[in-house]
Design a protein around this ligand. Structure first.
Ligand code: AHG
Ligand code: MN
Ligand code: MN
Length: 358
């Protein structure tokens, strides 16, 4: 065999290895085990991948299919107008998990209370938390949207159906990730062993490993925030934005879909913010199925996620749909935003001490 033949052979081997690293195989490789728990987690990720493929298929043809786009005319538990794609995608996740034996409960943005699959409950000790379509406002104009998911182990029997055990911090997540429906469909996930990205190969109908062990840069140029809310924010957030305006090396990017913005930041660095506003002091994003899964992922990639005063993964929600302000991305950029908030708190304390002195 000549050197050229040999290198071609190696190239082919390399390409085939790449093509063969499917999501379920990758999960098992990561866990280095064929235990029942590892098999469950692998099957769970496989089901999420199936949901992603079904949603991607509908999105690809949405403009041609009757009743795929537009509003339903209803509002969800958050008071937001529900789109037909929200309902479809919500139902897709339920359908792929029904009769799977894998999860007992599903909790989503689109359902006031968790959905139980009673026949799974004796065996499926997991709960899936998800945002079926993130960035719904992009759907009707064919821009990128996403799905966000997290898996938690069910604790206790939940006999009264209150799902109280879900009201715990984000460190209880055993898997989390998102699907980005863009020019390609990508699935990015972590089971606490780094962050890995898969790209859907439509000819194979499989998610194939495309980036392993992704590390987010410690600092990046992007700041991603809805500046239309500028006058609704507290002073420290306004001061941070004034800071980036006055310093070189920053650039604004905001897509209207958290998944898309966080995806860019994961690969290129920077910070995404959705702070509290006058109308919504806790911001807009929901902890259990938006902020906490992304925080888990970004921390696994070496970044940070904060409310501005506390790590997102330490926040304990008081209900399934609790919202928190979110500052997420590169370590140094998140810490810089926090420093503006700390500065204000310090000044406030000093003023209080001064005014309390006789
Ligand atoms: P969803 O479509 O699940 O309700 O989430 C939309 C979120 C998020 O994706 C995005 O970053 C943010 O809302 C955009 O909100 P604004 O239009 O207020 O900027
Ligand atoms: Mn969302
Ligand atoms: Mn949504």
């Amino acid at each position: 065999m000549t050197d050229v033949d040999q290198s071609l052979d190696l190239d082919h081997q390399h390409l085939l290895d790449r093509d063969c690293t499917t999501l379920s195989r990758h999960v098992l490789q990561q866990l280095q085990s064929f235990s029942a728990e590892a098999q469950d987690l692998s099957a769970l990720m496989n089901r999420i991948a199936l949901a992603a493929k079904l949603i991607a298929r509908r999105l690809t043809r949405a403009g041609l299919v009757e009743d795929a786009l537009g509003f339903t005319g209803r509002t969800n538990v958050q008071g937001e107008s529900v789109k037909k794609m929200d309902v479809f995608a919500n139902q897709v996740f339920i359908s792929v998990f029904e009769q799977s034996g894998l999860v007992c409960r599903l909790a989503s943005e689109e359902m006031e209370k968790p959905y139980y699959i009673p026949e799974n409950c004796p065996i499926g000790r997991y709960t899936l938390l998800y945002d079926p379509i993130d960035g719904s406002s992009n759907v009707d104009i064919n821009l990128n949207v996403g799905s966000i998911f997290a898996v938690r182990r069910q604790e206790g029997e939940d006999l009264d159906g209150s799902a109280k055990d879900l009201l715990q911090n984000g460190r209880k997540q055993i898997a989390a990730g998102y699907v980005l429906y863009g020019p390609s469909t990508m699935l990015v996930y972590s089971i606490g062993k780094g962050v890995h990205a898969f790209t859907l190969d439509p000819s194979l109908g499989e998610f194939i490993l495309s980036s392993e062990n992704i590390r987010i840069p410690d600092h990046g140029p992007v700041y991603s925030v809805n500046e239309g809310n500028f006058w609704q924010w507290d002073d420290p957030i306004r001061d941070y934005i004034r800071y980036v305006h006055r310093h070189e090396g920053y650039t604004a990017r905001y897509s209207g879909a958290l998944v898309g913005d966080v995806h860019r930041i994961l690969f290129q660095g920077g910070v995404f913010l959705y702070p509290g506003t006058v109308k919504k002091p806790e911001g807009k994003l929901r902890l259990l199925y938006e902020s906490a899964p992304l925080a888990f992922l970004i921390e696994q990639a070496g970044g940070r996620a904060s409310t501005g005063t506390q790590d997102i993964l330490d926040v304990i929600p008081d209900k399934v749909h609790t919202r928190t302000p979110l500052v997420i991305g590169s370590k140094e950029d998140v810490t810089l935003v926090e420093s503006f908030i700390q500065e204000r708190d310090r000044e406030q304390k000093e003023r209080e001490i001064l005014t309390s002195q006789p």
